[in-house]
Structure formats: structure tokens, C-alpha cells
Design a protein around this ligand. Sequence first.
Ligand SMILES: Nc1ncnc2c1ncn2[C@@H]1O[C@H](COP(=O)(O)OP(=O)(O)O)[C@@H](O)[C@H]1O
Ligand SMILES: O=c1ccn([C@@H]2O[C@H](COP(=O)(O)OP(=O)(O)O)[C@@H](O)[C@H]2O)c(=O)[nH]1
Length: 221
Amino acid sequence: MAPANLPTIPAMNRDKPLFPTGLGEGEATVIFVLGGPGAGKGTQCSNIVRDYKFKHLSAGDLLREEQDRKGSDFGDLIKEYIRDGKIVPMEVTIQLLENAMQATIKDEHINKFLIDGFPRKMDQAIQFEKSVCKSNFTLFFDCPENVMEERLINRGKTSGRADDNEESIRKRFKTFIETSMPVVEHFEKDGRVVKVQAVQTPDEVYEHVKLGFTQRGIKLV
Ligand SMILES: Nc1ncnc2c1ncn2[C@@H]1O[C@H](COP(=O)(O)OP(=O)(O)O)[C@@H](O)[C@H]1O
Ligand SMILES: O=c1ccn([C@@H]2O[C@H](COP(=O)(O)OP(=O)(O)O)[C@@H](O)[C@H]2O)c(=O)[nH]1
């Protein structure tokens, strides 16, 4: 589908981040959470929210909400991209994330964000860091495909998600390897990746997450 009528997002014209990195007023701390589909990103984000008081923003959830919102101009476009496991044009996703960050700061007085499942493509990574907020680091969940596949097929029994089926899963794996792994490699070159093996039980994986956070100076609250 041609990405027609995309919003003109203010972020595209900014030459410095809307939120400088930090914990003060007008500042924000961002941790990107990446890993293949089914690696356990959402599961571990719930643990982190509980113990570190970060706000969890899942790009996929924000896109699904927008897809279902009455009057959205992007519903059909998002639906098609998600079903095919493709990355929705960044204008849409960055605007949704920026709106959610602004609302969280205003309404919940939280300025620490776990941005889950984003950035999945180099253009998003560069644009977001340039004009919204530079990330502190990327938490990357490393998991073999056969493990992720089994988890997703299981999740599909109850998730109601249009993309937790064999055909969409295959396409999402391909997009992950070809389009999203280069983002992880880009941040790795910068020394900004905390890599965690994601095959063990959720509790065991979380122990490694906590270790990584301690090493990066992120404290329990
Ligand atoms: N360490 C784990 N071991 C076994 N199953 C897991 C583990 N982490 C998550 N799951 C399950 O696997 C599925 C995918 O996890 P989820 O957190 O939704 O992944 P993601 O957000 O990366 O797509 C869910 O059904 C979840 O309950
Ligand atoms: O920045 C993003 C994040 C997600 N998606 C779309 O949303 C889908 C589901 O992503 P989510 O993170 O919810 O689930 P996961 O595939 O990691 O289980 C992806 O396959 C993409 O089609 C996207 O286009 N841009």
C-alpha cells in the first residue's frame, strides 16, 4: 500500500530533541526494548514497570489502538502493515509515541520511558533520537526463532492478535532479521546495548535484566 496522506509531524522539522536526556523538568529518560516477536519484551517490561517505575509504551499497542480508533485516517494502513509484519511508516509511529510521552509527563508526572518494540527500522531510530529523545540504551532480548515461534503460537490461542498466526509470524521473523537487527547493530557500535538471553524462565530472564540495569546505573525505586 502506498503510504499516502501521512501526517506532517513536528518531529521531522526539529533539529534537536524535544526532551533532552535526564530526569529534570522537560527532560526524559528513554530505554528502547528490542528483540524478535515473542522474545518476551512485553513480559519483562511489566516487571521493570513494577520495580523501576518506568512508563511502558509499546509501539505495537499504540498502533493497534490507533487502528481501532474511530475516525483514524490510518486504520486501514496500520492493519495491512501489521498483518504483513511490515513496519508502519515512521511518521505515524513517532507521532503516537511523542503524544503518549507528552500525556504521561503531564498526567502521571513520569518521565522515564520503556519504549517497547521500537525502533524497528533505521530511519525510525535516527529520527526519534534526533527529534524526540536520545535513548539511554537498548535492552535487547536474544532468543532463537524456534523458541519465539512456539511462544507466539501459544499466545495466538488467546491474544486475539491478527498477526499471531503461522503466515504472519514467518513474515515478522523476516522483517526482524532484515530490518530490525541492523538497528541493534547500530546501537551496539555505540556501546549502547544491554543484551539479555531470553530462553530461560521469565524470572530467570528478569534477573539478567536487573543486572544489566544495575550496570547502567538504573536504580530500583
Ligand atoms: N521467558 C519466557 N519463557 C516462556 N514463555 C515466555 C517467556 N517470556 C514470555 N513468554 C510468553 O511468550 C509469549 C510472548 O511474550 P511477550 O512478552 O508477549 O513477547 P513480545 O512482547 O516480545 O512479543 C507470551 O505468551 C508470554 O507469556
Ligand atoms: O515501531 C513499530 C512497532 C510495531 N510495528 C508493527 O506492529 C507489529 C507488532 O509489533 P509488537 O511489538 O506489538 O509485537 P511483536 O511482533 O514484537 O510480538 C509489527 O510486526 C509491525 O507490523 C510497527 O510497524 N512499527
